[in-house]
Design a protein around this ligand. Structure first.
Ligand code: CIR
Length: 256
């Protein structure tokens, strides 16, 4: 079984963050100072989970650079460095890869393969890969090539109507997935305990859980209740400004 993470890689928000790539412009513009404050609280919360936090400097030429999750898929001592699905984001992965090099064996991905880490959900020895606008069949094939030989089963999951797979599901522990109702069939996760979140709270199905504590987005009471009923402690974080840039909680860290 994969080892629990000991480290969290994060990256500061650049001042250019309000120009982040978005599916639709937010109703209210991003408040940069608040966004930075929310990111600081997130980093502190990761540290309080017992993780050693690595904080990379921001890259002003990449407004989305804080969303480090998308740059890499890590499992069992290997980091597959992504060819990011959004052309505007390509290049973000370089600093992330260099920061991981001392800890993990790096593997590369070449075009036409594309992949965003937000489409990658590893639970136990299975890796679920969302097939979205950002992650294509060649990206999936590269994941199979790299991680199949390490004993992982790689499962393709169609993603329509959401940016990434993890916009509506995430790992709670090695036996449990948090999933928003009426997104994909729970059958995809056969053998796992599925904690269901009401469809209206789909955003909160993206949590960062380590050692029985889940960081969740603030303002989603049903999700909090469901996680408590499943035996988890929760820490609710205000993620409202990050959300305006289509970010969730997992996207701002790489756990390894
Ligand atoms: C993007 O569109 O790529 C960024 N604005 C948001 C990325 C969020 N990433 C994630 O949830 N893994």
């Amino acid at each position: 079984m994969p080892q629990p993470p000991t480290h969290a890689l994060t990256r500061l928000l650049p001042d250019s963050f309000p120009a982040a790539t978005v599916e639709a412009p937010p109703l209210m513009p991003i408040d940069l100072a608040r966004a930075k404050g929310q990111h600081r609280s997130y980093v502190e919360a990761l540290s309080a989970l017992g993780l050693t936090v690595i904080l990379l400097p921001a890259d002003e030429s990449h407004p989305d650079c804080c969303f480090v999750e998308d740059c890499v898929l890590c499992a069992d001592g290997v980091a597959l460095v992504a060819n990011l699905g959004a052309a505007s984001r390509r290049g973000e992965e370089r600093a992330v890869a260099e920061a991981l090099r001392p800890y993990l064996r790096l593997e590369a991905m070449q075009a036409p393969a594309t992949l965003d880490g937000g489409d990658c959900l590893r639970i136990g020895k299975r890796i679920f890969i969302g097939q979205s606008k950002r992650t294509n069949a060649q990206g999936l094939a590269r994941v199979r090539e790299v991680f199949g030989s390490l004993g992982f089963e790689v499962v393709s999951v169609p993603v329509a109507g959401s940016l990434h797979l993890k916009c509506f599901c995430s790992k709670v522990d090695e036996d449990t997935v948090l999933l928003a109702d009426r997104t994909v069939s729970p059958e995809i996760f056969h053998g796992l305990r599925v904690v269901l979140v009401p469809h209206e709270e789909a955003y909160a199905a993206n949590c960062v859980a380590v050692g029985g504590t889940a960081l969740i987005s603030q303002g989603f009471p049903e999700t909090e209740r469901a996680l408590h009923a499943a035996g988890l402690r929760t820490v609710a974080l205000d993620n409202s400004e990050i959300r305006k840039a289509d970010g969730s909680l997992t996207c701002s860290s790489v756990l390894f």
